[in-house]
Design a protein around this ligand. Sequence first.
Ligand SMILES: [Mg+2]
Length: 228
Amino acid sequence: MKEIRNIFFDLDRTLWDFEKNSKETLQELFTEFGLNNHIESFSIFHKKYIDINKNLWQLYRKNKITKEELRYKRFEETLKKLKVSQFNLGKDFGEEYIKRSPQKINLVEGSKEILEHLSINYTLHIITNGFKEVQYIKLNNSGISTYFQNIIISEEVGYNKPHIKIFRHAETLAKASANECLMIGDDYEPDIKGALNAGWKAIFFSNKKIDNPLSTQISQLKEIKKLL
Ligand SMILES: [Mg+2]
């Protein structure tokens, strides 16, 4: 790790607590849209939504549905599956969810402390596969955007992690060579394999068991202090 000068963080689920923020938003909208009159409990709705959202994301990644379709279909299909007759609420629900969830400010435990610690000796950046109109809101509202010199969003670059071009683009912006770059992220294929393939170092932040992980693995952000 001695050569490292630039640290690139993933955003969702690495720093910004995606699950908590999403659940908080869904819970609010569940009540506001009166779904509590049609569905027995929020947890039934939430569980179904998680499954359906996961499947639709897979279709989106394979370019089988558009971003717009993904955004409302996940709610429309959840309501259909739960036999809510006003499943057409899905569109409004989806639009409100997209507006509201990025405003949420829950961060993964230890985020601010580790950013504060690392910012003393390293230049920090973000590389995220999210959508540009929401990722900036998340970073600004949660109060961490000032830690980063560059915020690199796949939608703006035109390539998603793990594509090597997004990592090369990041090096150019940071004026760094590959051996000076480290990626920290929670998603093994895009974050870790992508970074290693580009000749970077990587730290895998996850509780998931991976057979023969190719990089150092941590389960809490504070463990980074022992490494850097
Ligand atoms: Mg992530």
